[in-house]
Design a binder for this molecule. Structure first.
Ligand SMILES: [Zn+2]
Length: 161
């Protein structure tokens, strides 16, 4: 599945949100929930610096949509994100019946970048969304934006080291 040109503004917004997360001392991830008609419904960035490491920006849209959208509206919606959903977020996305996922950088890319500064392995295995939620349509990565996301992650981990 391809990423359409008309979707790039949503993905650029995800990268902006990731940069905002970095500015506030958090891991650089950002996500936008978009309705089937293109309306931006919700957006957020990573908030794990609070100490709650489940506060991923791909998890919040799942819960937000479950509380506020019909099953048909959820199925027609897309979650854009700077980094591919982790297994927790992919599962939440699938459980609430959201539609497509479009990401800038894949989990595989992220894992490979983070070997550079010697970052410890995450407590949850890095798996592609398709392994967790085979019924969810997924598009990405987007090479022209992935370099920006890589730079944000390297800045975050250099800053901590
Ligand atoms: Zn996650």
């Amino acid at each position: 599945m391809v990423v359409r040109d008309g979707e790039l503004p949503y993905l650029r917004r995800c990268v902006e949100l990731a940069a905002e997360a970095l500015e506030s001392g958090d891991e650089p991830f950002g996500s936008v929930l978009v309705a089937g008609d293109g309306t931006v419904l919700a957006e957020d960035h990573n908030r794990v610096a609070s100490g709650d490491r489940t506060r991923h920006p791909e998890f919040e849209p799942a819960r937000w949509s479950a509380a506020r959208m019909t099953p048909a509206e959820r199925a027609a919606a897309t979650v854009y994100t700077s980094g591919e959903h982790c297994p927790m977020c992919a599962a939440a996305h699938a459980w609430v019946g959201l539609g497509r996922i479009v990401y800038v950088a894949s989990s595989e890319q992220l894992a490979s970048w983070l070997t550079e500064p010697g970052v410890p392995a995450p407590p949850v295995r890095t798996l592609p969304v398709a392994e967790i939620a085979p019924g969810v349509a997924v598009a990405g990565p987007v090479p022209r934006l992935a370099e920006e996301v890589k730079e944000l992650h390297l800045r975050f981990h250099r800053g901590r080291g």
